[in-house]
Design a protein around this ligand. Sequence first.
Ligand code: ADP
Ligand code: ZN
Ligand code: ZN
Length: 744
Amino acid sequence: MNYPEFVKVAPELGLDRLFDYGIPQRLRGRIQLGQRLRVPWGKRSIMAYAVEFPLRPEVEQVKDVEEVAGEKPLIPSGLCQLARWMADYYACDLGAALRTILPGPVRSHEGGGKMAWWISPVPGREEMAKEILRGAKAQEKAWLHLLGCGGGWQTVLVKESGAGTAVWRALVDRGLAERSEKRLVRGEEAAEGGWPGSETRPELGKEQTEAMLAWEEERQREGGGRPILLEGVTGSGKTEIYLRAMEQVLGEGKNVIILVPEISLTPQTVARFRGRLVGRKIRLSVLHSGQTVAERRESWHEIREGRARVVIGARSALFAPLENLGLIVVDEEHDGGYKQAEAPRYQARDLAVVRGRTEGAPVILGSATPCLESGWNADRDKYRRVRLTQRVDGAKLPKVHIVDLRKEDKPSGGGPILLSEELVTALKSRREKGEQSLVLLNRRGYAPSVQCPHCGKVEECDRCAVPMTYHRIDGKLRCHFCDADRASPVRCRECGSPVLKYTGAGTERLEEGVTEIMPGVRLTRMDSDSMKARGAHAKALTEFREGRTDILLGTQMIAKGLHFPNVTCVGVVGIDGALNLPDFRASERVFQLLVQVAGRAGRGEVAGEVFVQTYTPFHPAIQFARHHDVDGFREQELEYRKAHGYPPFRRAILLSFSGSSEAQTLASAEHVVKKLRLAWGDKVEVPDPCPAPIARVEGRFRFHVFLLVDRGVPILGDLKREVLAPKWPSGLKVSVDVDPQDLL
Ligand code: ADP
Ligand code: ZN
Ligand code: ZN
C-alpha cells in the first residue's frame, strides 16, 4: 500500500497557516486526518493537526514529523474534510474553519490530565429507590434525572438537574448511585442496553408510517441516501419521526446529531429527546451558548470519547466530534439561526447535508415551511420530499382571517392602529372562555421612531444610520443595531419644538394597548428586553402552559416551536414593514413567520383562528399563508426568483466593505470591483458598489457589492485573491458572504 509521504499541518496555537512536513518511514500509515502530531519548529517542537496529504510539499526542504500523539485523531477525519469543504465553499481560510470545528477550550486543553467525577445509577435499584427516597424531594428528582440520562459528569448533572453536589453525594451514600473518578479524555465507552425504555411511544399514524418507510428506503441506499425533506404542518408529528429514526439508529450502534434553531427557546424539544432515552443508558449531550468554557470542553471530550451518543444543540452542534454517524436531523430547517453571521459564514443546514454525504449518514430536514432552496431541491429530486399533511388527532389547521387595515377607522388620537376591532373582539371572547391567545409583533420597544412634527427630524443613532427606538420602560432611546442609548429628548434637538411624535408601535406599546382595552388581563410580554433575566423565558412559558397567563405577546420568540393546546387565537400585528425590506427573501420570511405562528393556534380540541392585520391584504405571502399553501407559495416565489436570477437559480455572494472613512471605503470597494471585472470578463456581472441599506453602523460607513453568479462558475479563488488576501488599509473591514441571509 502507498502511504502518504507528506502532510500539511495546522499548528495548534495558530491554525491559520499551514506547513508541510515529511512523514518518516516508521510513521507511514499511522497518520490520519485530524491527528495531533509533534513536529519540529525551529529549535523546539510543537503540536499540530494533520489537515491534508499533499502529493508533494510546496517547499523544497521539509522536516519530518517527530511523533503521533494519541491513537485516534483528535478531530474525526470526517470533520477535517468538512473543514476543507467549508474553506473552499465559503471562501474562508482553513484555519477559521478548523477553529470552528475545534473550539478554543478544546484546543488549549491537552486532555488526558484532568480527572472528574462520573456518576451513574446502580442498576436494579429502581424499586428500592422509591422506598428510600420517600419524602426526599430533591434526591428523588436527581435520581429520576440520573435514570433518564444513564449517567454523567457530576458538574454537568448539577447544572442540568439543579440538584447540588450534596444531593448527589446523598444518592451515592444511599447506594443508589455510583461515583467514580474518571479522566476527562480516554474514558471507557458508556454501557448500553439493559433497561427497557419507559417513555410511551404513540402508535404512528398513516402518514407517519409512510414517512418511516421512506426513511427506511433512503437510508438503505449507498452513502445514506438522499436527504429527506420532511414537510409537515405544525403539529403533524415530525418530532415523532425524528425520535423513531434516532431510536433505530442508536439500536444499530450509530450516533445522532439533532440541530434545533435556538436551544434556549426549545426546552420542550430537548425534554422529548431525553424522555425517549430514559432507561437506555445512552447519554445525550446538550450543547448551548450558555455553557462555560469548562463545560464546553467536557461536553466535547465526552462526545469525542463516545460517551455521549446523541448530541442536540444549535448550529455549531453540527461540528460535534461524533464518529459513526447514523443520523443528522435539522429541525425547523428554514430558521435563520442556522446561518452564522461571522466568518466562517456557514449555513448549518447546508453543511449538515455535506457532512451527511461525507460520512454516509442520512439527513432529515424538517419544517412546516421549508426554505425555498430546500423545496427546490426536493422538486428536482435531489432531496426526497415526505409530507405530513394532517395534524395528529385530526386537529384542524386554524382559520386565517386577513384584516384589511385600510378599512379600519383611524384612532382618534391619530396614532397607529394597533388592534383592529376584529382582533380585539376575538381576544376578549377567547379570554372569557378561558382560552389563551398569542399576539405577535416583531418589534421590541415602545415606538420604532421619534419624530419632530414641526421640522420633521427623526431621532437617529449618532453612530448608525437608523432611527432610534423609544423604550418607555426606562425612558430611553435605543439603537437596535449598536445598542447605544440616550435619554429621550424633551424637545427636538434640531428646532427646539417641545412636542415629539412617537411613531409606530413595538411590543411595549402594544402591551399598553391591550391592557387598556382588556382591563385585568393577565398578559406576559416576551421579547429580548423583558426576557433578559436568567430563567425568565422558561418561567414565562411555564406560567403560560399552566394557564396563569391569558395572553402571550411578543416578538418572533413566541412563534418558535411551542406547543400549547389551549391556545386558540393568534393575532399578527405590524408585518407590513417586514414585507417592504430591501431583501429578496422578505416575502419568504413573512410567509414562514405567518404559517409558523398560525400553527400555534388550535393544537388542542378547540379549533383555532388567526388574525393577520395588514395594509396589503393581497400580497402573495399573506394570501398563500392564509391557505397554508406552501406549494403555491413556492411555485410563485420560484418564478419571481427565476425572473430576477436570484437564488436558488444563481448563487448570491455579498461583498461588504466598512470603514470609518467613507471615501476610503468606497474607493476600496471600487478597486475590488475593477479587479473582479478584469478577472471575470462577462462570466459574472459585477455591479458598482452601493451604500448598504443601512449605510452606517457604529460609526462605520458600509458599502455592498451584491453578486449573482451562475452555478458552476468558479469564482471563489478570485474572491480570495482580490478581496480577502490584499492588505487593506488598517480599520477597513472586507468580507465575503456566500449565500448571505442578511442583506441589510
Ligand atoms: P411537529 O413536530 O410536527 O410539530 P410533534 O411531533 O410535536 O409535531 O407532534 C405534536 C403532538 O402530537 C405531540 O404532543 C406528540 O407527542 C403527539 N404525537 C405525535 N405523533 C403522534 C401519534 N402518532 N399519535 C399520538 N400522538 C402523537
Ligand atoms: Zn424639530
Ligand atoms: Zn447605533
